[in-house]
Each structure stands twice: as structure tokens, then as C-alpha cells.
Design a protein around this ligand. Structure first.
Ligand code: DC
Length: 230
């Protein structure tokens, strides 16, 4: 089974996806971390995003892998554990910029699908239900108000020791939302068959319970259909 969770940054996708994956024993696939790992390499090498040849080289010569260890996701870039290094505002912005490019999306699409073949998965991102796994049995579109999303991200960054202001975080988030939802290829949008949930004012636990119920209902339906041979 594939559970697809899409939505803008700070909507609570990661918390929800990790929780659901843990409860069901599914693999957690954080597709944003793949874009982030590539963005880190682009920043380290100072690759100009308008330089098609350099971009093509970097995209074809990069190995990214995700593994889970003691319930924590580890992200490997060319064999190096970059799990913590990819969570900075600079990497967020570069991931958003690079992810608008066709060559980047094409290469990372194959990788996401290969990782998705590892079994039952809960995948989160921007285009999971629309492009990466349009056949997903359960699709959620998780959103929240900009104020709430920015406040959550601001608290996460402060807890990680970053000196950021709330106004700066709101500005960066609005910029990223705009870029992610207005790009030509696979923009952030709700799949027609996704269930929309607004997490503003809801607890993480409340959202997780709602989604777990949805998944239970869907899997009983699948089992029923199978036993009826439909
Ligand atoms: O989910 P995140 O904030 O870690 O994602 C970082 C960026 O990667 C996001 O701004 C857009 C891009 N992204 C994407 O284009 N498609 C995905 N499925 C996941 C992330």
C-alpha cells in the first residue's frame, strides 16, 4: 500500500508521515530530503542553476539514499550522512529552486519510485499523489494557515540553535510556497482524489488518528474487493 501525503512546508507532513509509518510498520519516504541532499551538493559546488551542462553532470553523478535507524531517517549523499546538514534555510531555498528544473525532477522521480518499491510506504512531498505515485491507495493533502506553518518552522529552527526571526521565516516560507506551487512541472497541488485536511488548531495526534482511520477504511475496502474478485 502507498500512502501519499502532500502539502506546503510546515503543514505537519513529516510529523504525520513518521507517526503513521511507525504505527503501521510502513517505510517512511521523505522525498523533500532527496531534493535537499542534491541542493546541498549544488551549494557546496557553487553550481549555477542556469548552467545546463554543470547541472546535468551533478545530477547524473550523485548518489542519494535514505535509511531508517532507530526510528530516525538518515539521508546519505554520495555515502556521507547529511541528515542534519540539509535542514538549514539556505538548503530549503536551494531545494525549492532546483526542484523547479526538469532535469532535477526527472532524475529524482526515478529515485523516489525505486525507493517506493521497497514495500508499503508512507511518502510525503509536493507531488506524490499527483505525479510520483498517482496510484497511491490513500492520498492526503495537508495544509495549515501561513501563520501557524511559519510559527512551527520558526520554533524548529530556534530549537536547532538558528538565529532567525519570525518575520524572516514567514517571508522565506511565502517565497517557497509561491515557487513550489507556481512552477511548470509537477507543482504543489491537491490531487483530485486526495482528502484535504487543515491542521491549523489541530493536535498532531488528532490529525494522525484521522488519517489512520482513513487508511483502515481503505485497506478493508481493498481486502473486500479482493475477496469478491473485483
Ligand atoms: O518538504 P521539504 O520542505 O523538505 O522540501 C524541500 C523542497 O523540495 C520544497 O521546497 C520543494 C521540493 N520538493 C519537491 O519539489 N517535490 C517533492 N516531492 C518534495 C520536495
Amino acid at each position: 500500500m502507498i500512502v501519499a501525503i502532500d502539502g506546503p512546508s510546515g503543514a505537519g507532513k513529516s510529523t504525520l508521515a513518521k507517526r503513521v509509518a511507525r504505527d503501521l510498520g510502513f517505510t517512511y519516504l521523505d522525498t523533500g530530503s532527496i531534493y535537499r541532499a542534491l541542493a546541498l551538493k549544488i551549494l557546496r559546488r557553487s553550481v549555477d542553476l542556469t548552467d545546463a551542462a554543470a547541472l546535468s553532470d551533478i545530477v547524473s553523478q550523485t548518489e542519494i539514499d535514505l535509511t531508517e535507524r532507530n526510528g530516525h531517517l538518515q539521508v546519505f549523499l554520495d555515502g556521507e550522512d547529511v541528515s542534519a546538514l540539509i535542514r538549514t534555510p539556505e538548503v530549503s531555498q536551494m531545494a525549492s529552486k532546483a526542484s523547479a528544473l526538469k532535469i532535477v525532477r526527472q532524475r529524482l522521480l526515478d529515485l523516489q519510485r525505486a525507493l517506493g518499491r521497497r514495500g508499503d510506504v508512507v511518502a510525503e512531498g509536493r507531488d506524490i499523489g499527483t505525479v510520483v505515485f498517482p496510484e497511491a491507495e490513500v492520498k492526503i493533502y495537508l495544509d495549515a494557515s501561513i501563520e501557524e506553518r511559519a510559527r512551527r518552522r520558526y520554533e524548529e529552527l530556534r530549537a536547532a540553535g538558528r538565529e532567525v526571526s519570525l518575520a524572516e521565516t514567514v517571508g522565506e516560507m511565502q517565497e517557497r510556497d509561491k515557487r513550489d506551487s507556481q512552477r511548470d512541472i509537477a507543482p504543489l497541488c491537491k490531487a483530485d482524489d486526495a482528502v484535504a485536511i487543515d491542521s491549523s488548531g489541530l493536535t498532531a495526534d488528532g490529525v494522525a488518528q484521522e488519517v489512520l482511520q482513513l487508511i483502515k477504511r481503505e485497506s478493508s475496502k481493498i481486502k473486500n474487493d479482493r475477496s469478491l474478485g473485483t
